[in-house]
Design a binder for this molecule. Sequence first.
Ligand SMILES: *[C@@H]1O[C@H](CO)[C@@H](O)[C@H](O)[C@H]1NC(C)=O
Ligand SMILES: *[C@@H]1O[C@H](CO)[C@@H](O)[C@H](O)[C@H]1NC(C)=O
Ligand SMILES: *[C@@H]1O[C@H](CO)[C@@H](O)[C@H](O)[C@H]1NC(C)=O
Ligand SMILES: *[C@@H]1O[C@H](CO)[C@@H](O)[C@H](O)[C@H]1NC(C)=O
Length: 180
Amino acid sequence: MLFNKSVLISSCVFALATVASAAPTPADTTIDGYTAAVIDTRRFCLFLPFEAGGSISQNEDMAFSFCTASLSQAPRAMVRPAGVMPAGFIKSTHLVKTDNYVQLTGRINRSAYKLSKNDSGGQYDPKAPLGSSCAGYNYFVQLIEPDVQIYCIRCCKNKSDCPTDNSTRGCKAVLGGNYS
Ligand SMILES: *[C@@H]1O[C@H](CO)[C@@H](O)[C@H](O)[C@H]1NC(C)=O
Ligand SMILES: *[C@@H]1O[C@H](CO)[C@@H](O)[C@H](O)[C@H]1NC(C)=O
Ligand SMILES: *[C@@H]1O[C@H](CO)[C@@H](O)[C@H](O)[C@H]1NC(C)=O
Ligand SMILES: *[C@@H]1O[C@H](CO)[C@@H](O)[C@H](O)[C@H]1NC(C)=O
């Protein structure tokens, strides 16, 4: 199915106000429906199928960013995500921040977004959905695996830190990290 993206996104415009310090670098980056973000363990945006229950891989071209409530509602943040992160979907967050990238990994409750236990997942990156990005970084790679209920995202300055050529191998092989 096809969505009118501009209508979907403009229907969710959030008020602008004062969290300059909350914004990713560069401070004036706009987070819209095509932008992931990882600021800290409470403020981040991930790509999800627009409709609850959608297959991760079948929506690689039709995913939109969903931001945590604390980021979506941040006054004055330039945040216009497609949606607010489904309540209860993210079960844990483990942040790794280096000079070259920021990474968030952890567990999901697939039921909170009606994802299928048979969905072995897939990858979102700048080519899928085409034109997507991660706020303040040049590259990103995100995987979600509903069958084993984990997710991972890394936003990178350098392409070599964000490998997109192993999408079928899953979070643990591609990015490593903590999934407790
Ligand atoms: C997962 O989400 C479902 C639906 O929201 C809820 O009923 C269930 O209790 C949640 N399970 C856990 C372990 O949080
Ligand atoms: C998962 O796969 C099994 C076996 O193919 C099937 O019986 C079941 O209905 C599927 N469940 C979902 C939620 O798709
Ligand atoms: C990343 O790129 C910058 C400049 O493009 C370079 O100075 C730096 O050494 C690179 N870092 C890694 C880990 O490749
Ligand atoms: C991707 O997979 C190929 C083939 O298995 C492997 O050679 C390569 O090292 C992998 N790259 C990364 C970044 O894991």
